[in-house]
Write a protein that binds this ligand. Structure first.
Ligand code: WTA
Length: 635
């Protein structure tokens, strides 16, 4: 019988054991019972982590959009597939049913075909969070074109690098976008980018802000008139299981961004299966993930995973602070959201605001609240659990990566007991390994080291576009026969996993490995602290010493700073030990962050270490101005 929906802990353990002992039988059953295939596979799995080569459901044929749309029409044609909440709360929300979605995707797919896009061609999508974004992904998938979504917050240089790397022949964009009280000239950015992309012959432009824009003769066309003339029927192109579905860029610790390639069948099976279980989605639930579709979280858990399950998925155009800091909670009340999935950085930002912004709204529809993207610190976890989940909705701290395609380690809500800051247990089929520095697997519990995955799962990225060598070097060369995540993790006495942060951020002090995340967690416990980041600086005796950057809440700014420094070190000593005490603490108003909300530690490390000669590329920062402030006040 089906193991598609896990409902209690014993069942999890039973199914997990099966998925590890007989992975091929296990995944074959899941694939067989829950998806629509045009041709069955010849072989469930072949793999070799040395080459590396991984293939799932080889020989099968399918189209992912038939699974995400067509097959739901009989039973759910009138159900809302996409619920669009505009930036302006006074603009009406839009309900796009599965029937509507079918027509819109087919029209868009027909337009792509008319414009000369063929199976295997790359299409760059640079759109704000409007329905056309999700629809354009699906339209590409309908005809077998490979989409490469570039987050619409990236600069023109970042956009052109990505367009050229994967040789996209078309760009889909809009006249502009709304972001809170601002409008952004997206088309202008595209025009600038395309000056260095000679191979792009075609630009389709969706109308959103109705601004006067430049349209290049022979290259740029408005999307809507083309859609209006297109047929609402488009036969799905049959795809081989291992045909690429999309490319998505992720930044490496060095060098140019890596175009991670995800393929069709395995990605579909894994994202659908994880979505169902991680969010315990039930018919009529309304699910909302606040990520941008420009990131993997949006691909897997706004578009493909939810739609493959026939869910209602929300697309929110705006920002959490507009028109005020109650916007997220307003949307939850307004659409009676049942599952809410966001990032720790958003949680911390909102936790800093007055609690009245939360209390004003009725959040009782919530059943599951999720976190993704970075380790969630203990204070943020509790704030989220107490004030948003009201201790009634489990917090799921989901660990995964662009490269993994889907959630890898996470509690399953109502199944796995949660502990703050622990991603807890591997999902079904996932076989983590913790390695020591010498590459030996650390067996048993109470171990800490580098996190690898030792067996393939269906949605692992298959290569880096155009650079298989780099794929091998980055992920399969550090630990033989293992996929290396680049993260550190510990397994506690009960077998629960805690992600300790990127391994590049591990700092060795007097021979002790210290993860930055647990230290930051401890510091953030201090009532006057809003956020913090730790880096290592060279030290004559200890090898490395710890340098902390700390953002204070309002109350902290009126306090004696030397006393605060003492208190912070006291808390660290209590939580971790005197070894983790900070050598220096710099108070700051901000931390340099990437547009996806991650702290750019590389920059902090350089400044703290007194090396400001070459800070590298700061153009992708959300707030490049804080770099100057930090440099001016370095201790
Ligand atoms: C980090 C996002 C701790 C981790 C889906 C990983 C996390 C990187 C968590 C991938 C979590 C993501 N706890 N760390 N719950 N989720 N990370 O590719 O370092 O944008 O390797 O994918 O984010 O980021 P990416």
């Amino acid at each position: 019988m089906s193991n598609y929906h896990i409902k209690h802990l014993e069942e999890y353990f039973k199914v997990y054991r099966k998925s590890v002992r007989e992975p091929e039988i296990f995944w074959e059953e899941i694939a067989e019972e829950h998806f629509l295939w045009r041709k069955r596979w010849d072989k469930v799995l072949s793999w070799d982590f040395k080459k590396p080569e991984i293939s799932w459901f080889e020989g099968a044929q399918l189209n992912i959009t038939e699974n995400c749309i067509d097959r739901h029409l009989v039973t759910k044609g009138d159900k809302t597939a996409i619920l669009f909440e505009p930036n302006d709360p006074n603009e009406k929300a839009q309900h796009i049913t599965y029937n509507d979605l079918y027509k819109k995707v087919n029209q868009f797919a027909n337009v792509l075909k008319q414009q000369g896009v063929n199976k295997g061609d790359r299409v760059c999508i640079y759109l704000p969070m409007i329905p056309e974004l999700a629809i354009s992904l699906l339209a590409c998938a309908r005809i077998g074109a490979i989409h490469s979504v570039v987050f619409a917050g990236f600069s023109s240089t970042a956009l052109s690098t990505r367009i050229n790397d994967s040789d996209c022949k078309m760009v889909i964009t809009s006249d502009g976008s709304y972001r809170g009280s601002k409008t952004i000239d997206l088309k202008g950015i595209v025009d600038e980018a395309l000056e260095s992309c000679p191979d792009v012959k075609n630009v389709l432009v969706a109308k959103r802000i109705h601004s006067e824009i430049f349209m290049k003769e022979g290259r740029d066309q408005w999307l809507q008139p083309l859609l209006d003339q297109a047929s609402t029927e488009c036969e799905p192109t049959l795809m081989d299981a291992e045909d690429p579905l999309f490319i998505l860029y992720t930044s490496g610790s060095t060098g140019k961004p890596k175009g991670m390639v995800h393929t069709t069948a395995g990605y579909m099976v894994y994202t659908a299966y994880t979505f169902k279980n991680m969010f315990q989605y039930k018919e009529n639930d309304v699910y909302w993930c606040t990520a941008d579709i420009g990131w993997i979280t949006g691909h897997s858990y706004i578009v493909y995973g939810p739609l493959a399950n026939g869910a209602t998925t929300v697309i929110f155009e705006g920002v959490p602070s507009y028109p005020d800091f109650g916007r997220f909670w307003d949307i939850i009340q307004k659409h009676k959201i049942n599952q809410f999935y966001t990032a720790p950085t958003a949680i911390r930002a909102l936790a800093k605001e007055k609690i009245e912004f939360v209390e004003y709204y009725d959040l009782s529809s919530l059943k599951v609240i999720g976190s993704v993207g970075e380790p969630i610190n203990e204070e943020a976890w509790h704030w989220y659990n107490d004030n948003i989940g009201k201790r009634n909705s489990p917090v799921i701290d989901t660990w995964w990566q662009t490269e993994t395609g889907g959630i890898m380690i996470s509690p399953i809500p109502y199944v796995t007991p949660t502990i703050p800051t622990y991603a807890t247990l591997p999902f079904i089929g996932i076989q983590p390994a913790i390695m020591d520095d010498k590459g030996k697997e650390l067996n048993g519990n109470q171990v800490e080291g580098r996190l690898c995955i030792k067996f393939p799962w269906p949605s692992i990225a298959r290569t880096i576009w155009g650079d298989h060598k780099r794929y091998k070097e980055t992920y399969f060369s550090t630990f033989e026969n293992n996929y290396f995540t680049g993260d550190g993790a510990l397994r506690d006495a009960t077998g629960y996993y805690r992600i300790t942060g990127r391994v590049d951020d591990v700092i060795i002090v007097s021979g002790h490995n210290l993860g930055t995340a647990p230290i930051e967690d401890a510091i953030n416990e201090h009532p006057a602290v809003a956020e913090s980041a730790i880096v290592g600086i060279p030290h004559d005796i200890k090898g490395n010493a710890l340098y902390g950057y700390v953002i204070l809440k309002e109350i902290g700014n009126t306090r004696d700073q030397n006393n605060l420094r003492k208190e912070i070190n006291q808390i660290i000593t209590e939580h971790i030990g005197p070894i983790a005490k900070l050598e220096k603490i710099q108070f700051t108003n901000g931390l340099p962050k990437t547009r996806s909300g991650k702290i750019m530690r590389r920059i902090l490390r350089k400044i703290a270490g007194g090396d400001t000669s070459n800070l590298g590329d700061t153009s992708t920062l959300l707030n490049p101005e804080v770099v100057k402030e930090i440099m001016a006040n370095v201790l």
